[in-house]
Ligand binder design. Structure first.
Ligand code: TRP
Length: 363
């Protein structure tokens, strides 16, 4: 990735400053005026959602929904084939993802839940968007680099480098101005902001306004949870407690989590990342401060910490898991949720594509 395109020669623009999170200001703004915000977010249908997803973003989505913010949620099926040759059991994973959403509290009457591949006009936006980003910029994306480092593929495919631009289309097709994400997605949000700005500059609207808003990141207040191996929590690394796991599996996974040999439990994310991540998990489930949890555990050591974490997680997830089991009994309903979502998303995407074609002078 050494080729440079015209976009790379642009002078640095202060408007390209990183998207700001977690922004108490932004959170306050949303509270004050939920109707002024439209949220787009989503996940890859590659396997069950886990606690990292829940406290990183799902919980936040449900809060936003409760505030009355309009919400689009993409089942990112075209992102699945970035780091693997085939999208294995795609329909099953997509339906299970919707199940996780509904179990966590997303309401399909209020949130538009749809799959990438069901919305052609969204995908067509990728073409003009790709022309606005240089190959050098694509090669610098730290999240893409990390995914390449963990990929089992022999060769890196073109979608791996370009999917952040496709993700910009996810965000911009519905003119979302708010994207609740975890840390790792910030570089992608930056791409969406850059694409929106450059598109508006290159194809000004006759009435002086740009076609696209510049989306803002809404970072979850929860710091990153680590996987049970001390690495990044990930569906594909086998180090995560999924929302749909049963209580025994949850207990087994947490029992196997990495800790250290010091008996005294403390909350020190920089110095003791593994122990602190477990303390944090218990704190999130109990809705209490991690320092308080650590204090209570005192000299109890890793075993007591893990017992507390296991109980907290299982108790917190119990109603979510019960709802999931109920929804899982009606696959027809889940498929209907995706069909209804696709219909709404298509109407919005068609309207945006018509605007894009108009400012570009397409015939
Ligand atoms: N890349 C995200 C992930 O891997 C999923 C995703 C796709 C997304 N499109 C999005 C997230 C748009 C936020 C906004 O989890």
């Amino acid at each position: 990735m050494t080729v440079t395109g015209p976009a790379a020669e642009r002078p640095a623009d202060p408007a390209d400053r990183p998207a700001e999170g977690p922004g108490t200001d932004l959170a306050e703004q949303v509270h004050r005026d939920p109707a002024a915000h439209r949220v787009l977010t989503g996940d890859r249908p590659t396997g069950p959602l886990h606690l990292g997803h829940y406290f990183g973003t799902l919980q936040n989505r449900v809060r936003l929904q409760r505030l009355g913010v309009e919400m689009f949620v993409v089942v990112a099926d075209y992102q699945v084939i970035t780091d693997r040759d085939i999208a294995d059991r795609l329909a099953e994973h997509s339906e299970n993802l919707v199940l996780d959403y509904l179990a966590a509290g997303l309401d399909p009457d209020r949130a538009t839940i749809f799959a990438h591949s069901a919305v052609p006009a969204l995908n067509q936006l990728l073409l003009p968007f790709l022309s606005l980003v240089s190959v050098a910029e694509l090669g610098r994306n730290p999240t893409v680099k990390d995914e390449i480092a963990h990929s089992s593929q022999a060769a890196v495919n073109g979608l791996m480098f370009t999917y952040p631009v496709h993700q910009a289309a996810d965000i911009l097709f519905c003119k979302a101005n708010l994207v609740p994400v975890g840390q790792d997605q910030l570089p992608h949000l930056e791409v969406a902001r850059t694409v929106a700005r450059r598109f508006n500059e290159r194809y000004p609207h006759p009435d002086g306004t740009g076609v696209f808003p510049r989306p803002e990141a809404l970072l979850s207040a929860a710091p990153l949870l680590l996987g049970t191996d001390g690495g990044k929590m990930s569906k594909s690394r086998g180090n995560a407690v999924s929302l749909s796991a049963d209580e025994d599996t949850t207990a087994r996974l947490i029992r196997g989590a990495r800790t250290d040999t010091e008996r005294r439990i403390s909350y020190d994310p920089a110095g003791r990342p593994e122990v602190s991540s477990l303390v944090l998990l218990a704190a999130l489930c109990q809705d209490r401060a991690p320092e308080q949890i650590a204090e209570e555990l005192g000299d109890g050591g890793g075993a007591a910490l893990k017992r507390t974490v296991t109980e907290s997680v299982n108790e917190y997830l119990r109603p979510i898991r019960a709802r999931r089991t109920e929804f899982a009994a009606d696959r027809g309903y889940i498929r209907q949720v995706l069909r209804d979502g696709a219909e709404r998303a298509n109407a919005v995407a068609d309207a945006t594509l018509a605007e894009v074609r108009a400012v570009m002078g397409s015939v």
